[in-house]
Design a protein around this ligand. Structure first.
Ligand code: ZN
Length: 301
């Protein structure tokens, strides 16, 4: 079966992205602080099985396990010389797990520093960092890009432009928001949803939105969704909530929202106009399966 085109599919129906990878790898034995990107090489079977379970749960979009696989993120573990191998293996794992008709998203996370003048990295250096990672994933067969958990719209703009220069492929950009003192939502750098999304769209993003909110409950995500759609200027909006705000249980951080609770969000989220729904930290294939079932039944009306 031929792979669907992400933007064409979006015009036809709301679609389901996948859920958390990190929390799934932790459940499979990865320890905190271990470089998750290395699991693409050391435990390809585990990574493939996470992708496979998301695909079987009904996810149209599978995200490569490369949230921390730019050369700067890899350098924190002295793995920068494995950038090519790791990013290549990550795309192969998503494709093997998801099959030929899954849409594989090349995952790009924050590079791990700050742009000038707060930090020392220039926009030109940053562009090169993202380009290097994305060239490997494009060559390896990724279909589109997701730039996620971002705090700085300037970093997003550099990443989006780098992605668009690598290939003519769809680019999704998402930010992490937290509640601000005035009751609204802001990124860590202080940007409102309107400001953050505007800058991503200006840079050329095809889909914009949010993932991995800081201490946001499911109700907060619903409110945020409305603001994102209003800020989206008619561009398709994606939302990938965590399974609620994490709570400490017996010294362990636990995301409390059940699959059923997350499934209950689907209809209200669709009502806000969100077009892609997935999950972030704490979500599992069973969460996405329950969410996907409601999404499929909502589509039929
Ligand atoms: Zn997350």
């Amino acid at each position: 079966m031929a792979r669907p085109d992400l933007l064409k599919l979006l015009r036809q129906r709301p679609i389901l992205c996948d859920g958390g990878m990190g929390t799934q790898l932790m459940a499979a034995g990865m320890t905190a602080g271990e470089p998750s990107a290395r699991w693409n090489l050391d435990h390809p079977d585990v990574v493939q099985s996470v992708h496979r379970r998301y695909r079987q749960a009904g996810c149209d979009l599978l995200t490569t396990n490369t949230f921390q696989a730019t050369r700067t993120a890899l350098a924190q573990h002295h793995l920068e010389n494995q950038l090519e191998l790791i990013n290549q293996a990550a795309v192969a794992n998503a494709r093997k797990g998801g099959g030929d008709d899954a849409i594989v998203l090349a995952d790009v996370g924050p590079f791990g520093g700050f742009l000038e003048p707060v930090g020392e990295t220039t926009e030109e250096e940053l562009r090169d960092i993202f380009t290097q990672q994305l060239q490997v994933q494009h060559r390896s067969g990724a279909d589109a890009v997701i730039i996620e958990t971002m705090s700085d719209p300037r970093e997003v703009a550099v990443a989006v432009r780098a992605a668009k220069a690598v290939a003519d492929w769809p680019v999704i950009a998402t930010y992490a928001f937290a509640r601000s003192a005035d009751g609204g939502f802001r990124t860590m750098m202080g940007n409102t949803p309107a400001d953050a999304l505007h800058q991503a769209i200006q840079a050329g993003a095809d889909v914009v939105g949010a993932n991995c909110g800081t201490d946001l409950e499911l109700q907060d995500y619903l409110e945020l969704a409305g603001q994102l759609v209003a800020a989206g200027q008619g561009y398709p909006v994606i939302l990938q909530p965590n399974a609620g705000a994490p709570k400490m249980v017996d010294g362990q951080s636990v995301h409390p929202a059940s699959a059923g609770q997350m499934a209950e969000m689907i209809r209200p989220l669709l009502k806000t106009g969100v077009r892609i729904i997935g999950g972030c930290c704490g979500t599992s294939p069973s969460h996405l399966k329950a969410m996907g079932e409601v999404l499929a039944s909502a589509r039929q009306k």
